[in-house]
Write a protein that binds this ligand. Structure first.
Ligand code: UDP
Length: 239
């Protein structure tokens, strides 16, 4: 496969859906398989950090539809992400990889606070840094946080793993048989053609700041390894 220039420091976005293996909670087999892939790459010297979603526990917007206050429901969503972080941390450490979880909501017993300069130091020492609790703010998504963290820690690229789709298509592949997968696209073209890629706020952060985004499918035994190593699977979006 085609190669991007090798990334030195990356942010990998993993959705909560991945961690739950399609159900509520964490599927340890899935978490272990993801940890193994990340460990393989971290050992080669690529600085890996991860932002994890919480959709396998709660999504604020869904609880709001069921009558909950949106902000409170969003905090529940954020707390869910931390459970996923701890699961990934556990399986990474079982692989012999040093890790730190940094949470945007203070919870001193289980995670460090989010301190960007400290995150960079951890990465330089070869530790995998796992960012939890999103931005610590309701009305945000972990996609957006992945882009924000990538910018703040000077990552070279944000790697958006997706479930059920392996890149950006010219139309919705589930409904349009003529849909074609794009290997590469610019943010501007994706916007013009109304290609729904990541959440809009994440997308505009990347576009405005020239941060490349790779959208790829998480399914498969080694897709995360390949994306982390700089193989151009999925769709590369650039400014
Ligand atoms: N969330 C939030 N602020 C953030 C990140 C997440 O309020 O900065 C909440 C929001 O309710 C969201 C939930 O946490 O629905 C889980 O995150 P997300 O939906 O991004 O997870 P994913 O879909 O990637 O599993």
């Amino acid at each position: 496969a085609q190669r991007r220039s090798p990334a030195r420091r990356v942010v990998l976005k993993l959705s909560g859906e991945v961690f739950g293996g399609g159900r509520v909670g964490v599927d340890p087999d899935v978490a272990q398989a993801i940890a193994r892939q990340i460990a393989l790459v971290a050992r080669t010297g690529i600085q890996v950090s991860a932002v994890i979603g919480g959709g396998n526990f709660f999504r604020g917007a869904e609880l709001q539809k069921r009558g909950m206050d949106r902000a409170r429901a969003d905090y529940m969503g954020m707390l869910g992400t931390v459970m996923n972080c701890l699961a990934l941390q556990d399986f990474l450490e079982k692989e012999g990889i040093e890790t730190r979880v940094q949470s945007a909501i203070h919870m001193a017993q289980v995670a460090e606070p989010y301190i960007p300069r400290r995150a960079i130091r951890h990465l330089e020492k070869g530790r995998v840094v796992i960012f939890g609790a999103g931005a610590g703010m309701p009305y945000f998504s972990t996609d957006t946080v992945a882009a924000q963290r990538a910018l703040e820690i000077h990552a070279d690229i944000v790697l958006m793993s997706k479930n059920g789709v392996d890149g950006v298509y010219t139309a919705d592949p589930r409904t349009d048989p003529t849909a074609r997968k794009l290997d590469a696209v610019t943010f501007g073209e994706a916007l013009r053609r109304e290609l729904r890629v990541a959440d809009a706020a994440a997308f505009s952060l990347c576009m405005d700041n020239g941060l490349p985004m790779l959208v790829f499918g998480a399914e498969g035994e080694d897709t995360i390894v390949r994306a982390l190593r700089g193989e151009q699977i999925g769709t590369l979006i650039t400014a």
